[in-house]
Design a binder for this molecule. Structure first.
Ligand code: AKB
Length: 317
C-alpha cells in the first residue's frame, strides 16, 4: 500500500492530483501539503493536510516520518514567467526543495516523482518533434532548474538507488485550479474569458506553437509512470510527453466553433514571448509510449468541449 506525500498540493496540478490519489489509494494514505493555507477547500478539508515548505528540510523529514511516507510527489515549484522576475526564489523552491525531497527519500527509502517541463529545452534544441535525448541549454532560470533537477534525480537513482521518476510536462490546461505564473497560462485563461466576456487579449503572438495537455491526461501520466514496471524504464528523469501542439489562432478557432461571437486580439508580453520562442514547437514522446505505455486521450477538439462544459458549471453560466 502506498503512503503518499504531495508537496505544492494547492497548485494547479496538486489540487486535482490530491483528489485523484485520495480516490485511488484511500483518504488515509494521502497527505496533501502546501507552504501556506490557500483556502483550498478540497485539498485542505477533505483529507490529511499539513503545512510544509519544501525549502525546510527538517519539517519535510518530520512529516515523512510521521505518516510513514513511501512516495513523494514533489509538485511545489515556481513557474517560468514568475521565475524570470525572481530567480533567487525560484532556485530556492525548485532546487533546494527538490534536494530536500531527494535527501528525505534517500534516508527513508521513498520514491520521488518530480515533474520536469518543456522548459528543460532551449533555443539550440531541435524545435520540431524534439527527441527524448537531445541538446538541453535552456535560457530561463526555470529551465535551468528543470535540467539540473533531471540530473539530480538521475544522480540520486544511480548513486543511492532512490526510485526517481519524472515527465517533461507541456502547458497544462484545467478548469479546477488556475496555473500560477507560467508562459503557457494563456491557454487556460482563454477559456474563462471566452465564456465570461466573449473576448480575450493574448499575450503571445498568433504563431507561437507549444505542446499542451489536458489535466486528466497529465494526472494519468503521473499515475502510470509511478506504477510502471521499473525493469522497463530505460529513461527516468524525465520523459517527453505530449498530447497536442497548437498556437493561439488554433485554440481561438476551436473555441469559436462553440462560441461564434468570441473574438481575440493580441498584446504581446516580450518576456513571455521570448520564453515561448525558446521552447520546442512539439515533442517526440515515443520513448514514454514504448517504456510505460503513455497514450493521451484528449486532443484540442475533445479538450475544448470538456473545458467549456465544466467551466460553464463552475462559473454558473
Ligand atoms: C510554464 O509555462 O512555465 C509551465 C511549463 C510549461 O512548465 N506551464
Amino acid at each position: 500500500m502506498k503512503k503518499i506525500l504531495i508537496t505544492g498540493a494547492s497548485g494547479q496540478i496538486g489540487t486535482e492530483l490530491t483528489e485523484l490519489l485520495r480516490r485511488t489509494y484511500g483518504v488515509d494514505n494521502v497527505v496533501a501539503s502546501s507552504r501556506s493555507f490557500a483556502k483550498n477547500e478540497t485539498v485542505e478539508k477533505d483529507g490529511i493536510f499539513e503545512l510544509v515548505d519544501v525549502t525546510d528540510g527538517k519539517r519535510l523529514h518530520e512529516v515523512v516520518k510521521k505518516y510513514n511516507i513511501d512516495t513523494i510527489m514533489n509538485l511545489a515549484a515556481i513557474l517560468s514567467a514568475i521565475g524570470e522576475k525572481n530567480p533567487q526564489l525560484l532556485w530556492d523552491v525548485n532546487m533546494n526543495g527538490l534536494y530536500n525531497c531527494l535527501e528525505v527519500a534517500r534516508e527513508t527509502g521513498s520514491m520521488v516523482f518530480t515533474p520536469s517541463s518543456i522548459a528543460a529545452f532551449g533555443p539550440s534544441t531541435p524545435k520540431d518533434l524534439t527527441p527524448q535525448d537531445t541538446i538541453q541549454r535552456p535560457s530561463t532560470i526555470y529551465g535551468v532548474s528543470k535540467v539540473a533537477g533531471e540530473l539530480l534525480c538521475d544522480y540520486y537513482y544511480n548513486k543511492f538507488g532512490v526510485d526517481t521518476r519524472g515527465v517533461r510536462f507541456p502547458g497544462l490546461i484545467s478548469y479546477a485550479a488556475l496555473p500560477g505564473g507560467g508562459t503557457t497560462d494563456y491557454a487556460v485563461h482563454i477559456y474563462y474569458e471566452a465564456l465570461k466576456n466573449k473576448k480575450f487579449t493574448c499575450n503571445l503572438n498568433s504563431e507561437t506553437y507549444m505542446d499542451m495537455m489536458y489535466m486528466p491526461d497529465a494526472l494519468d501520466s503521473i499515475l502510470q509512470l509511478s506504477e510502471a514496471d521499473p525493469s522497463k524504464l530505460i529513461h527516468r528523469n524525465a520523459f517527453n510527453i505530449t498530447a497536442m501542439s497548437f498556437c493561439p489562432e488554433d485554440i481561438k478557432n476551436e473555441i469559436t466553433k462553440h462560441i461564434p461571437e468570441f473574438v481575440m486580439d493580441y498584446d504581446v508580453d516580450p518576456i513571455k514571448q521570448e520564453i515561448a520562442n525558446s521552447w520546442p514547437n512539439s515533442l517526440d514522446d515515443s520513448d514514454a509510449r514504448k517504456e510505460w505505455g503513455w497514450k493521451p486521450n484528449y486532443n484540442l477538439e475533445t479538450m475544448t468541449i470538456d473545458m467549456l462544459e465544466k467551466l460553464k458549471i463552475k462559473l454558473n453560466l
